[in-house]
Design a protein around this ligand. Structure first.
Ligand SMILES: C[S@@+](CC[C@H](N)C(=O)[O-])C[C@H]1O[C@@H](n2cnc3c(N)ncnc32)[C@H](O)[C@@H]1O
Length: 237
Protein backbone atom coordinates (compact mmCIF):
# COMPACT_ATOMS: atom_id res chain seq x y z
CA UNK A 1 0.00 0.00 0.00
CA UNK A 2 1.32 3.45 -0.91
CA UNK A 3 0.32 7.02 -0.17
CA UNK A 4 -0.71 9.50 -2.89
CA UNK A 5 2.93 10.56 -3.39
CA UNK A 6 4.03 6.93 -3.84
CA UNK A 7 5.61 6.43 -0.38
CA UNK A 8 4.87 3.18 1.49
CA UNK A 9 1.88 3.65 3.79
CA UNK A 10 2.75 3.36 7.51
CA UNK A 11 1.06 0.40 9.23
CA UNK A 12 -1.44 1.82 11.70
CA UNK A 13 -0.41 1.09 15.29
CA UNK A 14 -3.35 -0.10 17.36
CA UNK A 15 -3.94 1.89 20.54
CA UNK A 16 -3.36 -0.15 23.72
CA UNK A 17 -5.26 1.19 26.74
CA UNK A 18 -4.06 -1.21 29.45
CA UNK A 19 -1.05 -1.03 31.78
CA UNK A 20 2.42 -1.94 30.52
CA UNK A 21 4.12 -1.84 33.93
CA UNK A 22 3.12 -2.21 37.55
CA UNK A 23 5.12 -2.36 40.78
CA UNK A 24 8.90 -2.35 40.55
CA UNK A 25 10.12 -5.92 40.08
CA UNK A 26 12.11 -7.57 42.88
CA UNK A 27 15.62 -8.82 41.96
CA UNK A 28 14.45 -12.47 41.69
CA UNK A 29 11.60 -11.39 39.37
CA UNK A 30 14.04 -9.31 37.30
CA UNK A 31 16.30 -12.34 36.95
CA UNK A 32 13.46 -14.70 35.96
CA UNK A 33 12.23 -12.09 33.46
CA UNK A 34 15.69 -11.65 31.98
CA UNK A 35 16.29 -15.40 31.65
CA UNK A 36 12.77 -16.05 30.32
CA UNK A 37 12.97 -13.30 27.73
CA UNK A 38 16.41 -14.48 26.60
CA UNK A 39 15.14 -18.00 26.09
CA UNK A 40 11.52 -17.65 25.06
CA UNK A 41 10.65 -14.14 23.82
CA UNK A 42 9.62 -13.55 20.24
CA UNK A 43 11.20 -10.35 18.98
CA UNK A 44 10.00 -7.81 16.42
CA UNK A 45 13.00 -8.82 14.27
CA UNK A 46 11.56 -12.35 14.03
CA UNK A 47 8.29 -10.90 12.82
CA UNK A 48 9.56 -9.07 9.77
CA UNK A 49 8.09 -11.73 7.50
CA UNK A 50 4.46 -12.28 6.79
CA UNK A 51 3.03 -15.82 6.84
CA UNK A 52 5.39 -16.97 9.58
CA UNK A 53 5.06 -20.62 10.44
CA UNK A 54 5.18 -20.92 14.27
CA UNK A 55 5.91 -24.67 14.30
CA UNK A 56 9.72 -24.38 14.12
CA UNK A 57 9.64 -22.30 17.35
CA UNK A 58 8.83 -25.46 19.28
CA UNK A 59 10.39 -28.90 19.78
CA UNK A 60 9.74 -31.13 16.74
CA UNK A 61 7.18 -33.36 18.48
CA UNK A 62 4.69 -30.45 18.88
CA UNK A 63 1.16 -31.54 18.07
CA UNK A 64 -0.85 -28.34 18.41
CA UNK A 65 -0.02 -24.65 18.44
CA UNK A 66 -2.16 -22.66 20.87
CA UNK A 67 -2.31 -18.91 21.49
CA UNK A 68 -3.40 -17.16 24.68
CA UNK A 69 -4.28 -13.49 24.25
CA UNK A 70 -3.74 -11.47 27.45
CA UNK A 71 -2.30 -14.21 29.69
CA UNK A 72 -2.04 -11.90 32.74
CA UNK A 73 0.23 -13.69 35.25
CA UNK A 74 0.56 -16.70 32.94
CA UNK A 75 -0.92 -19.28 35.33
CA UNK A 76 -3.27 -20.74 32.72
CA UNK A 77 -0.65 -20.76 29.94
CA UNK A 78 2.00 -22.41 32.14
CA UNK A 79 -0.47 -25.02 33.41
CA UNK A 80 -1.59 -25.90 29.87
CA UNK A 81 2.05 -26.11 28.74
CA UNK A 82 2.83 -28.46 31.64
CA UNK A 83 -0.28 -30.60 30.96
CA UNK A 84 0.55 -30.89 27.26
CA UNK A 85 4.32 -30.94 26.76
CA UNK A 86 3.83 -31.96 23.11
CA UNK A 87 1.91 -28.78 22.28
CA UNK A 88 3.46 -25.38 21.59
CA UNK A 89 2.00 -22.37 23.46
CA UNK A 90 2.32 -18.74 22.42
CA UNK A 91 1.31 -16.08 24.93
CA UNK A 92 0.74 -12.40 24.16
CA UNK A 93 0.77 -9.91 27.03
CA UNK A 94 1.94 -6.26 27.08
CA UNK A 95 2.02 -6.06 30.92
CA UNK A 96 5.67 -6.59 31.90
CA UNK A 97 4.92 -7.72 35.46
CA UNK A 98 2.63 -10.42 34.04
CA UNK A 99 5.40 -11.54 31.70
CA UNK A 100 7.80 -11.68 34.69
CA UNK A 101 5.27 -13.89 36.47
CA UNK A 102 5.01 -16.22 33.46
CA UNK A 103 8.81 -16.40 33.28
CA UNK A 104 8.87 -17.49 36.94
CA UNK A 105 6.37 -20.28 36.17
CA UNK A 106 8.45 -21.34 33.16
CA UNK A 107 11.57 -21.50 35.31
CA UNK A 108 9.95 -23.27 38.26
CA UNK A 109 8.27 -25.88 36.05
CA UNK A 110 11.13 -26.14 33.58
CA UNK A 111 8.82 -25.58 30.61
CA UNK A 112 10.21 -25.55 27.09
CA UNK A 113 7.07 -25.25 25.01
CA UNK A 114 6.15 -21.57 25.51
CA UNK A 115 6.99 -18.52 23.42
CA UNK A 116 6.24 -15.00 24.65
CA UNK A 117 5.14 -11.93 22.74
CA UNK A 118 5.49 -9.04 25.21
CA UNK A 119 3.25 -6.57 23.39
CA UNK A 120 -0.15 -6.02 21.88
CA UNK A 121 -1.34 -9.22 20.16
CA UNK A 122 -2.59 -7.13 17.23
CA UNK A 123 1.03 -6.39 16.29
CA UNK A 124 1.84 -10.08 16.27
CA UNK A 125 -1.15 -11.93 14.81
CA UNK A 126 -1.05 -10.53 11.24
CA UNK A 127 2.41 -12.06 10.75
CA UNK A 128 1.34 -15.64 11.41
CA UNK A 129 0.72 -18.06 8.57
CA UNK A 130 -2.90 -18.81 7.69
CA UNK A 131 -4.40 -21.83 9.49
CA UNK A 132 -1.39 -22.12 11.82
CA UNK A 133 -3.28 -22.07 15.15
CA UNK A 134 -5.11 -25.05 16.68
CA UNK A 135 -6.58 -23.18 19.67
CA UNK A 136 -6.98 -19.59 20.88
CA UNK A 137 -7.80 -18.54 24.46
CA UNK A 138 -9.20 -15.14 25.46
CA UNK A 139 -9.81 -15.48 29.18
CA UNK A 140 -11.32 -12.85 31.47
CA UNK A 141 -10.43 -9.96 29.15
CA UNK A 142 -10.67 -6.39 30.42
CA UNK A 143 -14.43 -5.74 30.23
CA UNK A 144 -14.38 -1.97 29.51
CA UNK A 145 -17.98 -1.81 30.76
CA UNK A 146 -18.83 1.73 29.59
CA UNK A 147 -20.38 1.67 26.13
CA UNK A 148 -18.24 4.63 25.02
CA UNK A 149 -15.23 2.33 25.63
CA UNK A 150 -16.62 -0.62 23.67
CA UNK A 151 -14.00 -0.18 20.93
CA UNK A 152 -11.31 -0.96 23.53
CA UNK A 153 -12.61 -4.49 24.16
CA UNK A 154 -10.18 -7.01 22.75
CA UNK A 155 -12.74 -9.13 20.89
CA UNK A 156 -13.94 -7.12 17.91
CA UNK A 157 -15.24 -8.20 14.50
CA UNK A 158 -11.82 -7.16 13.10
CA UNK A 159 -10.08 -9.46 15.58
CA UNK A 160 -12.31 -12.31 14.40
CA UNK A 161 -11.36 -11.49 10.79
CA UNK A 162 -7.71 -12.07 11.67
CA UNK A 163 -8.36 -15.07 13.92
CA UNK A 164 -10.52 -16.77 11.33
CA UNK A 165 -7.57 -16.61 8.93
CA UNK A 166 -4.94 -17.76 11.47
CA UNK A 167 -7.03 -20.60 12.96
CA UNK A 168 -7.30 -23.85 11.05
CA UNK A 169 -10.71 -25.33 10.33
CA UNK A 170 -11.74 -27.22 13.49
CA UNK A 171 -9.61 -25.06 15.81
CA UNK A 172 -11.18 -23.98 19.10
CA UNK A 173 -11.71 -20.44 20.35
CA UNK A 174 -12.29 -20.38 24.12
CA UNK A 175 -13.75 -17.21 25.62
CA UNK A 176 -14.35 -16.81 29.36
CA UNK A 177 -15.47 -14.06 31.70
CA UNK A 178 -17.10 -13.26 35.03
CA UNK A 179 -18.20 -9.77 34.04
CA UNK A 180 -21.82 -9.19 32.86
CA UNK A 181 -20.90 -6.74 30.08
CA UNK A 182 -18.01 -8.87 28.82
CA UNK A 183 -20.10 -12.08 28.92
CA UNK A 184 -22.75 -10.60 26.59
CA UNK A 185 -20.17 -8.88 24.39
CA UNK A 186 -17.98 -11.97 23.91
CA UNK A 187 -20.92 -14.23 23.16
CA UNK A 188 -22.71 -11.81 20.83
CA UNK A 189 -19.56 -10.85 18.91
CA UNK A 190 -18.46 -14.42 18.25
CA UNK A 191 -22.01 -15.74 17.72
CA UNK A 192 -22.70 -13.17 14.99
CA UNK A 193 -19.68 -14.39 13.03
CA UNK A 194 -20.65 -17.22 10.67
CA UNK A 195 -17.08 -18.48 10.53
CA UNK A 196 -17.37 -19.67 14.14
CA UNK A 197 -19.85 -22.18 15.56
CA UNK A 198 -20.86 -22.06 19.23
CA UNK A 199 -20.31 -25.47 20.82
CA UNK A 200 -23.19 -25.39 23.28
CA UNK A 201 -26.19 -27.66 23.61
CA UNK A 202 -27.34 -26.45 26.99
CA UNK A 203 -26.46 -24.27 30.01
CA UNK A 204 -23.96 -26.74 31.46
CA UNK A 205 -21.82 -26.14 28.37
CA UNK A 206 -21.18 -22.54 29.36
CA UNK A 207 -21.65 -22.72 33.13
CA UNK A 208 -18.95 -25.34 33.59
CA UNK A 209 -15.32 -25.00 32.55
CA UNK A 210 -14.02 -27.26 29.80
CA UNK A 211 -12.19 -30.47 30.69
CA UNK A 212 -8.66 -29.99 32.09
CA UNK A 213 -9.40 -26.34 32.86
CA UNK A 214 -6.51 -25.11 35.00
CA UNK A 215 -8.09 -21.78 36.04
CA UNK A 216 -6.72 -18.26 35.79
CA UNK A 217 -5.79 -15.60 38.31
CA UNK A 218 -8.78 -13.42 37.41
CA UNK A 219 -11.15 -16.38 37.65
CA UNK A 220 -9.95 -16.99 41.21
CA UNK A 221 -10.46 -13.31 42.06
CA UNK A 222 -14.02 -13.60 40.69
CA UNK A 223 -14.70 -16.74 42.75
CA UNK A 224 -13.52 -15.00 45.94
CA UNK A 225 -15.77 -12.04 45.15
CA UNK A 226 -18.71 -14.43 44.53
CA UNK A 227 -19.03 -13.72 40.80
CA UNK A 228 -20.03 -16.51 38.41
CA UNK A 229 -17.87 -17.29 35.42
CA UNK A 230 -18.89 -18.58 32.00
CA UNK A 231 -16.95 -20.32 29.24
CA UNK A 232 -17.96 -20.03 25.58
CA UNK A 233 -16.35 -22.56 23.27
CA UNK A 234 -16.44 -21.81 19.54
CA UNK A 235 -15.21 -23.89 16.65
CA UNK A 236 -13.60 -22.38 13.57
CA UNK A 237 -15.77 -23.91 10.83
C1 LIG B 1 -8.27 -8.78 33.08
S1 LIG B 1 -6.69 -9.38 32.60
C2 LIG B 1 -6.92 -11.15 32.60
C3 LIG B 1 -5.63 -11.89 32.66
C4 LIG B 1 -5.72 -13.42 32.58
N1 LIG B 1 -6.27 -13.85 31.30
C5 LIG B 1 -6.50 -13.99 33.72
O1 LIG B 1 -7.63 -14.46 33.48
O2 LIG B 1 -6.00 -13.97 34.85
C6 LIG B 1 -6.66 -9.02 30.85
C7 LIG B 1 -5.25 -9.03 30.28
O3 LIG B 1 -5.31 -8.81 28.88
C8 LIG B 1 -4.17 -8.07 28.50
N2 LIG B 1 -4.46 -7.40 27.22
C9 LIG B 1 -5.30 -6.38 26.98
N3 LIG B 1 -5.26 -5.99 25.70
C10 LIG B 1 -4.34 -6.82 25.09
C11 LIG B 1 -3.83 -6.89 23.76
N4 LIG B 1 -4.25 -6.05 22.80
N5 LIG B 1 -2.90 -7.84 23.50
C12 LIG B 1 -2.47 -8.69 24.46
N6 LIG B 1 -2.93 -8.65 25.74
C13 LIG B 1 -3.84 -7.72 26.05
C14 LIG B 1 -4.00 -7.07 29.65
O4 LIG B 1 -2.69 -6.53 29.71
C15 LIG B 1 -4.34 -7.94 30.86
O5 LIG B 1 -3.22 -8.52 31.43
Amino acid sequence: MTTKDGKPKAVEQPQFYGRRRGRKLRPAQELALHEGMEGYALTSAELTALSLDPRPWFPPQRKQICLEIGFGGGEHLAARAAQNPDNGYIGAEPFLNGVASLCRHIKEQDLENIRIWNDDVRLFLPHLASASLDAVYILFPDPWPKSRHAARRILQPEMLDVLSDKMRSGAELLLASDDPTAKSWLLATAYRDDRFAWLANGPSDWRQPPADWPGTRYMRKAEIAGRTSVWFRFLRR
